[in-house]
Design a protein around this ligand. Structure first.
Ligand code: HEM
Length: 539
């Protein structure tokens, strides 16, 4: 080798070494700058440290040890947990463009097919626009939507009167804004026609599949995506067969109600709904004329949006209502105060209505306290970092799954003193920092561009259920007949939506004797809704 070639070779080697050193020192610096967190084991990381239920409490313990922004890994997947309002807002609200996608879940998303709906990519913002038009603040002020919620709520009250011991079941099936109402709002599917298409069952089965398929740590394929290539017929591919079965149910949820709407539109006799309006607005032929045949794309979006609404709303609202029954047994003073407010503000022979909210500040504060005390979705839904980010000296690598620990945020001492106590007063204007508390409570519905689009609908329907139940019923703990002692209700948690499974026999719900369910409330609603067809067309 001549001298110049040697020099070139030496220079190239030095450059490569320098590049490697720089790369390694960069990696080491990034490593040092990663958010703190509990040490994990090789390969599995922290997978074994995470309990199978109420993970949010474990994450809250870690917050005390490591701070408001924590990094863990699960089978090599970095996960960031945000545990204070400030960091969650800074990252998920203010830097929304980086954190507005959902992580790719192989089992639930790809194999079962939920990535067509709830996991839609941030680029498909037409979902959000459609949700907003039908369930945003303006839509929720429409008399027709309110009447529909009020009508469904009456059916809940009737059921509670007939069979109070089954309150948990009634709440799940009847509360305004769950199964039947969502089907009515989304597809114009009448809630009082006996469910001829078996839609409630289809939707519940699909949701069951969703909960199972998205259980963290349950499916190896989520950590080792290569496994998805195994054909379903292979002996060890039971996960593929399960996914196939769940996908078939999900396809039914996509197709059956959608075909129902399409058939109704073709027959030109239909109850306006989210899907019918979406289709009518978006079906134009090549000349821009309205046509009744939707394109494939429009059809796919409509189906996915419909299923997303169902999956977002069907479990969350009953969760809030179950928390309400529990809170009323544990805090009888709060119940008495709310009932006194209703009695003073609303004439005794009518039921409170959504429009009475301004006259019922204590009841409204009680509903806010429900969102806080036992948040229905304690860890929110996961977001993903779509690029590398630096935040307050912490390096967050692209692909990290980011969780806001809504439970921790809703129990922040500085915002909500004595956080485990149920105190609606913290939201009343005479309490110092109530404005801050009221603002913070919105975060129980998530953050940034993926904040819950059903938030206003949920707020209305839970307020309505709470105010009308308090007018009609007294809720108390049972007394043990042998010891004569009060029974403290037992509760269990189920899944990532915090469903309080209350042992029904531990709570007593008694109807007030002077209330006649056929009274004004029912008649008024019936009289007012008969002549009008529900018009959920966007404004
Ligand atoms: C107790 C009531 C409810 C609570 C506490 C709640 C909470 C949440 C939370 C925390 C998220 C995740 C937000 C994020 O990623 O930061 C979410 C998403 C969502 N919620 Fe709700 N929700 C409720 C009711 C509803 C209702 C009634 C509907 C529809 C009828 C609904 C539809 C959705 C949908 C479609 C998403 C996904 C939005 C997206 O990814 O863009 N939710 N909800």
């Amino acid at each position: 080798m001549d001298t110049s070639a040697l020099q070139i070779f030496q220079a190239a080697t030095a450059c490569s070494l320098l590049a490697v050193l720089l790369y390694m020192s960069g990696r080491a610096t990034q490593e040092r700058r990663r958010p703190p967190g509990p040490p994990g084991l090789p390969i599995v990381g922290n997978a074994l440290d995470i309990p199978t239920d109420r993970q949010w409490l474990k994450f809250d313990d870690w917050r005390r040890e490591y701070g408001d922004i924590i990094r863990i890994t699960v089978l090599g997947q970095p996960q960031i947990i945000l545990s204070s309002l400030k960091v969650a807002k800074d990252l998920l609200d203010s830097r929304g463009s980086i954190y507005s996608d959902r992580p790719p879940a192989v089992m639930a998303g790809e194999l079962v097919g939920w990535n067509r709906g709830l996991g839609y990519p941030a680029t498909q913002m037409q979902f959000r626009r459609a949700f907003h038009r039908f369930m945003g603040p303006k839509a929720c002020e429409q008399a027709e939507l309110r009447e529909m919620l009020e009508r469904e709520n009456i059916s809940l009250l009737r059921k509670l009167l007939e069979d109070p011991a089954e309150f948990s079941d009634h709440v799940r099936r009847r509360v305004a804004c769950t199964s039947s109402t969502i089907l009515a709002i989304t597809y114009g599917y009448p809630s009082d026609a006996g469910d001829p298409l078996n839609l409630v069952k289809i939707a519940e089965d699909a949701m069951h599949g969703f909960a199972l398929a998205s259980e963290p740590g349950r499916w190896w394929v989520d950590s080792f995506p290569i496994l998805k290539l195994i054909p379903p017929s292979f002996p060890y591919a039971s996960f593929r067969r399960e996914a196939q079965r769940m996908r078939e149910v999900l396809d039914e949820l996509y197709n059956v109600p959608f075909d129902y709407v399409k058939a109704q539109i073709y027959s030109r006799s239909f109850q306006p709904s989210f899907i019918s309006s979406y289709l009518l607005e978006n079906t134009h032929d090549a000349k821009g004329q309205r046509s009744l045949i939707p394109t494939d794309e429009v059809e796919q979006i409509a189906k996915a949006a419909g299923a997303s609404l169902y999956s977002g709303g069907a479990e969350t609202t009953p969760s809030a209502l179950n928390s309400f029954f529990l809170a009323m047994t544990l805090y009888p003073d709060v119940q008495a105060k709310a009932q006194a407010e209703i009695d003073a503000a609303i004439s005794s022979d009518v039921l409170p209505r959504i429009s009475d909210r301004r006259d019922l500040p204590y009841v409204s504060a009680l509903v806010k306290e429900l969102w806080r005390w036992n948040p229905s979705v304690p860890l929110g839904l996961p977001h993903v970092a779509s690029e590398d980010d630096m935040y307050m000296g912490h390096f967050i690598e692209k692909g990290s799954v980011v969780w806001a620990n809504i439970w921790s945020i809703m129990h922040e001492e500085t915002l909500f003193p004595d956080p485990s106590a149920f105190k609606p007063e913290r939201f009343l204007s005479e309490t110092p920092r109530s404005a801050e508390a009221c603002e913070a409570i919105e975060s129980s519905f998530g953050f940034g561009r993926r904040i819950c689009p059903g938030m206003f609908l949920a707020q209305d329907s839970v307020f309505l259920a709470v105010a009308t139940i308090l007018r009609i019923f007294a809720i108390s703990t049972m007394t043990d007949p042998t010891t004569n002692e009060e029974i403290i209700p037992e509760v269990h948690y189920d899944g990532f939506i915090s469903i309080l499974d209350i042992i029904a026999s531990h709570i007593e719900i008694t109807g007030s004797t002077d209330y006649n369910p056929e009274h004004d409330g029912v008649r008024w609603i019936e009289a007012n809704s008969q002549s009008k067809s529900m018009d959920l067309m966007p404004q």
